[in-house]
Design a protein around this ligand. Structure first.
Ligand code: CTP
Length: 402
């Protein structure tokens, strides 16, 4: 099954003693890039209170339908979620979900969502093996819900058997496997530049370009989804904020350079997708320049940031550049990109085919990824999100072998 991939996760907590272990699970999920909203059942609050969930998640933890009614939480939570994980799930909670009950916020959310659902049961073996529970679990599995088998081992009392809440790492493996999610950039520090820069002429005018920043935004978003620690250095834009990453807004190429420089020693990956203005006025006038004088405006070339940082890079850093070329045939496009890659000293480059006004502002992109070893990956009319993932696949290979 192919899931839509996203980072928004609802963690449903049932009223089992294993609820306390879910506090660790929550942390591990956050480490892997998930953005978690906790929905504890009302009875589970006897084991772990809302204060714990709110402090750890940094978000409101709601149990009942009757709070924040104007937000319609039983629908909005399910709509926003890319994945629902119920851990621990008691026999009672499993029964309620299997029967389509909606008697608290969690079961309402589960009933109204179209997101994939993963359930992690934890209970006494007698309850797990009871024919009622066995039937309910089968019903859920038949409906496409992923139900993990509980671990075997010591239980709350003196006895042991099947029903133990699995370790956080085993749960995360199960979640990622069922969900098709992979935090393969876990812990990598990635800096992405995006958008165009503006080079001031006077207080009202600037030199700029048409870059929307969408491609770099998609790379930052996908890298965060894959567990990377991301900084997005972004020119003027109208893009939504990406939660859980550092966004630094800049205007000029010089400001962009300062922000990269301040972080360069600490990053593993630099993706220069920004359309850095090639030139800036030699001097910026404090007053608006009269139009008759604009013809005598003197420009000087901006420093090439990609080339500068590629020259400074450590062997275990990966630098990706972008090129926008207008050659209409593939061979000419690739050959222009190859010489740009060599000239700038990057590890790989994505060359956009921008012939006849394509790409700028669009959600689609075509071109090729070229590596310094000469590997060519042709890209034909894909979403910028898809290109981001393909590019990150190439980057990941280099990070792990660096
Ligand atoms: N770039 C940069 N600093 C600049 C100009 C460009 O870091 N002052 C980076 C861009 O972020 C991109 C790459 O260089 O990753 C290619 O940019 P492009 O404008 O295609 O290359 P130019 O060097 O400007 O070459 P030309 O315009 O002559 O093709």
């Amino acid at each position: 099954m192919n899931f839509p991939r996203g980072r928004e996760l609802v963690l449903g907590v049932g009223a089992g003693i294993a609820a306390y272990k879910s506090a660790d699970l929550l942390r591990r999920l956050q480490d892997r890039g998930f953005l978690v909203t906790v929905v504890p059942t009302p009875n589970s609050l006897n084991f772990v209170g809302k204060a714990t969930w709110e402090a750890l998640s940094g978000r409101k933890a709601q149990s009942e339908l009757w709070e924040n009614v104007s937000d319609v939480p039983h629908v909005s939570l399910g709509d926003k979620a890319n994945l629902i994980l119920v851990a621990p799930a008691t026999a009672d909670l499993i029964a309620r979900i299997a029967h389509g009950r909606a008697d608290d916020l969690l079961t309402n959310t589960i009933l109204s969502t179209t997101a994939p659902i993963v359930i992690v049961p934890a209970m006494h073996p007698k309850m797990w093996l009871n024919p009622a529970t066995v039937k309910n679990v089968q019903t859920l599995r038949d409906r496409g819900v992923f139900v993990m088998d509980p671990a075997i081992g010591r239980l709350t009392g003196s006895d042991s058997g099947v029903g133990r809440f699995p370790d956080s790492s085993a749960i995360i493996d199960f979640v990622e496997e069922s969900y098709g999610y992979c935090a393969d950039l876990l812990g990598a520090r990635v800096l992405v530049t995006a958008g165009g820069t503006r080079e001031a002429i006077d207080p009202v005018r600037f030199i700029g370009n048409r870059s929307s920043g969408k491609q770099g935004w998609a790379i930052a978003n996908q890298a965060a989804m894959r567990g990377a620690q991301v900084t997005l250095v972004l020119g003027p834009n109208s893009l939504p904020k990406i939660e859980g990453i550092e966004t630094v807004e800049i205007e000029s190429a010089a400001e962009m350079r300062d922000e990269i420089l301040a972080r360069f020693d600490d990053i593993d990956v630099l993706v220069m997708s920004a359309a850095v203005a090639d030139a800036r006025p030699v001097s910026v006038s404090d007053e608006k320049i009269k139009k008759e004088m604009l013809g005598s405006l003197l420009l000087e070339e901006n420093q090439d940031l990609l080339a500068e940082f590629a020259a400074k890079k450590r062997t275990n850093q990966v630098i990706a550049g972008f090129a926008a070329e207008t050659e209409s045939n593939h061979e000419a496009l690739v050959s222009a990109a190859k010489s740009k890659l060599a000239r700038k000293g990057a590890d790989l480059i994505y060359v956009n085919d921008v012939s006849s006004g394509k790409v700028f502002g669009s959600d689609m992109t075509s071109g090729a990824i070229i590596t310094r070893e000469g590997k060519i990956i042709p890209i034909e009319e894909v979403s910028k999100e898809m290109l981001a993932d393909t590019l990150l696949d190439q980057i990941r290979e280099r990070v792990s072998h660096g």
